[in-house]
Design a protein. Structure first.
Lengths: 262, 288
């Protein structure tokens, strides 16, 4: 499958980037198809149900087996509705955690693709403990004894993104965004005016360049026709680096990486 | 100075508000009259403090300033504060944030939205963090995340249980992505403390929402809550806007969380010191 370059110009404003990522054609499943081979999808959290907003399974990256977890928004309207526009419920985060635990058991690196406007907010999500589900993922991911790489391929929406993104390395596509709150939400809370979203987007410093500057991410991925291959090469290099580290060192580095954000 | 919360040393079920012989200590807002938002009756600030900020008339649980909470909870003079000098900077240069910080410091008389330290509660030594409702509604920026992380590290080093009072509107948006990452940072610190077999008890206070719910507030070995405290991930207003209907009464309240299996127990304010000390003691009987 060939994708047209989705970037219309190289200099989008932060808010233009936000809007751009909400309507992207390229989905997480496209990354899975084009980067890995032999992907076997696995469903369900074994507690409540299966959340279609999160795709998870096992695949090959070259010769290595990896666990893949991805937030999928859906390609067309029907699929978007099925997948709840990539906004996961608690069972989605628990589904991801189950896969991560399996990855740890079998010594597989974990690759997460982040693309969500946020964790879903609604009655069911609250009843089933959205906050608790994300919190538990953070707790467990901080101590998983296998390498974790998270790639923000579109929208990194707050806690909903972070719930699968506590990782040894976090990468972002050059035009992706990652923010503590949506610009609209920020503007309406602070200035009681959601129309000032563009201003909020700039103030929130949510672009890949901003985050690299704050040492919150490790790499910016050029968004071009070769993006899948580019990610594949970077994954191979980085996993090779991690394979030479012992578990104690890996976990110590992971702890210190977040500890240093202050 | 007589302890205004000496009431703890007496039987707790009938607070004696009148006829106390000790002169009332001077507090910052001593002369301020507070109108109970629930029943409309007005009280002097000190009067409310004496009743543990529970309305003497209608039993409504008012939010407790962090410093008052520490006094209510801990044995007299036992609290030793840690990292009290850490103050926030406007790292991402967010508009109006400097002014907001100045205002929050002036209003709360605290440097940040959480105070941390060690103390004894009914004789039991612990590390303690208490979030502040006056300082930007307990929102978590880098300093709140750092102070809580440092407290867990201190507790790990000294093999202390951690008691945490959560009260927060969530991550502090004025610090952008850096505040979001404090969720990962604090959760990592909780995990290290937990791996060492140490106890962490959370008391969820009104309100606990957003990034604080989705990190350290939901990670206690034991999770307690104050009666009727609002606890959730998304705020009620946001949910109502999303689903375009009114939320049922009691939704996201402590009693609702108890029913859904997300808290271990609801503990009235007057019983909290005893309960916490008792739980610490109960954990001493294991093999670790
Ligand atoms: Zn009242």
């Amino acid at each position: 499958m060939i994708f047209k370059k989705e970037v219309k110009n190289t200099k989008m404003t932060p808010y233009e980037k936000v809007v751009f990522n909400r309507n992207k054609v390229r989905q997480a499943s496209d990354y899975i198809k084009n980067i890995f081979t032999d992907f076997f999808e696995m469903h369900g959290d074994r507690r409540y149900g299966d959340d279609p907003a999160i795709i998870s399974g096992i695949a090959k990256l070259g010769d290595i087996s990896v666990t893949v977890i991805a937030q999928e928004k859906g390609a067309d309207l029907k699929e978007k509705q099925t997948r709840n526009y990539g906004m996961a419920h608690p069972e989605g985060y628990r589904k991801a955690l189950r896969q991560m635990k399996l990855a740890e058991k079998f010594g597989r690196p974990i690759i997460c693709f982040v693309d969500t406007s946020g964790a879903f907010c609604g009655l069911g999500a609250e009843e089933r403990g959205q906050g608790q589900a994300i919190a538990e993922n953070l707790l467990e991911m901080s101590n998983l004894k296998v390498p974790i790489i998270a790639i923000v391929i579109g929208e990194g929406g707050s806690g909903g993104a972070l719930g699968i993104a506590l990782a040894d390395e976090i990468w972002m596509l050059e035009n992706a965004v990652y923010s503590v709150i949506s610009p609209e939400g920020c503007a309406s809370i602070l200035w009681k005016d959601s129309k000032r979203a563009a201003e909020a987007a700039t103030s929130l410093k949510l672009t890949a360049e901003d985050l690299l500057g704050f040492n919150v991410i490790e790499k910016i991925i050029p968004d071009n026709d070769d993006v899948f291959n580019g990610i594949k090469v970077m994954l191979n290099q980085t996993l090779l680096k991690f394979s030479m580290m012992n578990v104690e060192q890996l976990l110590e580095n992971r702890y210190n990486k977040f500890k240093s954000i202050k | 100075m007589p302890n205004p919360f000496a009431i703890f040393k007496k039987p707790l079920n009938k607070p004696e508000l009148k006829g106390r012989e000790a002169p009332k200590p001077k507090m910052p807002d001593d002369d301020l009259c507070i109108v109970c938002s629930s029943c409309g009756k007005s009280f002097f600030n000190t009067e409310l403090a004496d009743s543990l900020f529970v309305c003497p008339k209608c039993s409504f649980y008012h939010r407790v300033p962090s410093r008052e909470r520490v006094k209510m909870l801990t044995d007299e003079d036992s609290f030793v504060e840690l990292n009290e000098d850490l103050v926030s900077k406007n790292i991402i240069e967010f508009p109006e944030y400097d002014d907001k910080l100045d205002k929050a410091i002036a209003q709360s008389n605290e440097n940040e939205a959480v105070i941390c330290g060690t103390a004894t509660i009914d004789g039991e030594k612990c590390a303690l963090f208490v979030m502040d409702p006056i300082f930007m509604m307990g929102s978590m920026g880098t300093v709140v995340g750092e102070k809580i992380t440092l407290l867990f590290e201190h507790a790990l080093e000294h093999k202390l249980p951690v008691i945490g009072y959560s009260l927060s509107g969530g991550a502090r948006m004025q610090e952008g992505i850096l505040s979001l990452k404090q969720m990962a940072k604090t959760a990592s610190a909780v995990k290290r403390h937990s791996n060492a077999g140490l106890l962490y008890i959370v008391v969820l206070c009104d309100p606990t929402t957003g990034g604080v719910t989705a990190s350290f507030a939901m990670l206690g070995d034991i999770i307690l809550a104050e009666p009727k405290a609002l606890v959730g991930f998304a705020g009620p207003r946001v949910i109502e806007q999303t689903i375009r209907q009114k939320l049922p009464i009691g939704f996201q309240r402590a009693e609702f969380l108890l029913e859904k299996g997300f808290v271990d127990n609801i503990v009235p304010r007057k019983d909290q010191p005893n309960t916490l000390a008792r739980l610490i003691r109960l954990h001493k009987g294991g093999s670790r």
